[in-house]
Design a protein around this ligand. Structure first.
Ligand SMILES: Cc1cc2nc3c(=O)[nH]c(=O)nc-3n(C[C@H](O)[C@H](O)[C@H](O)COP(=O)(O)O)c2cc1C
Length: 257
């Protein structure tokens, strides 16, 4: 294969890892990466060819902020592989929604997969899918890449079937809240502001967060080298407890071919 395009949104890095692992196993001469995690991306060289789109699952759906970013990419019947990475609860309607979006953009979905990534709300004392994707997941990524290559050769043109429902799941309204900074630990290094995918963190004499626009992704929490950024509101603690108690049993990647 000449080239493969990897498009991904990945605030805490697990979707990126999965998409790259699949992409690297396709034996393409060139891998073109289109990271749409930050707002300031500007890609002029998106060409046709096999594309992999990877997103994390948020509330059983494609994260809302990803949709306008994906609309930046237009295709003329190029094959696409869809990847949803979820935190060991469920991917619900996210892959189906991603498939529908990709068709709107002019792609032809040929394969899809749901992989598992460490949950954004996993903490040391309540680990949820900690350190995933792991070695076993990377083996699955390799196996999936093999299936993609087979599918490209034998593509029968039959519409790809993916689990999920339409109308898609609707999440209840979310309260306004965001991670906070523990001032005593913070060195004002600015990494939290740099990694925020929706630019809601500003550095002044302290770290200022516009909670209204925060998407709760925890990129700032996971990236803080001083562990000064925490998301420990009662609601998030309750969600973490629930996930820890009910979603600790290991789930495995699923393929749709
Ligand atoms: C706002 C929000 C909603 C989430 N909803 C779900 C969900 O519905 N099901 C699930 O299993 N994981 C859910 N997760 C966990 C993420 O899908 C998971 O941690 C994923 O690996 C994050 O991807 P990233 O590392 O590429 O950012 C959610 C995470 C966040 C921040």
């Amino acid at each position: 294969m000449q080239s493969v395009n990897l498009i991904y949104f990945s605030p805490t890095g697990t979707s990126r890892k999965v998409v790259k692992a699949i992409g690297q196993e396709l034996a393409a001469k060139q891998i073109n990466e289109f990271d749409i995690t930050q707002t300031d991306f500007n890609y002029k060289d998106f060409g046709s060819g096999l594309t992999i789109i990877g997103i994390p699952v948020y509330k059983g759906r494609v994260p809302a902020e990803v949709i306008p970013r994906l609309k930046y990419f237009k295709a003329k019947n190029a094959p696409v592989v869809l990847v949803a990475v979820y935190g060991n609860r469920d991917f619900d309607d996210a892959l189906l929604e991603l498939k529908d979006l990709s068709v709107e953009l002019g792609f032809i979905p040929i394969a899809a997969a749901a992989f598992i990534g460490e949950h954004s709300y996993s903490i040391e004392s309540k680990p949820i899918a900690k350190n995933r994707p792991d070695e076993a997941d990377f083996l699955k990524a390799k196996q999936f890449a093999g299936e993609i290559l087979k599918k490209l050769k034998t593509n029968d043109g039959i519409e790809l079937k993916i689990s999920g429902n339409c109308p898609y799941k609707v999440a209840p309204n979310a309260p306004v809240m965001a991670p906070r900074t523990i001032a005593d630990k913070c060195t004002l290094c600015g990494i939290c502001a740099d990694v925020c995918p929706v630019d809601v963190i500003e550095l002044g004499k302290t770290v200022i967060t516009n909670a209204e626009a925060c998407i709760w992704c925890c990129a700032c929490v996971k990236a803080c080298p001083e562990e000064a950024r925490v998301f420990d509101t009662p609601l998030i603690s309750q969600i973490t407890n629930n996930l820890f108690e009910n979603c600790s049993e290991r789930k495995e990647p699923e393929f749709f071919l």
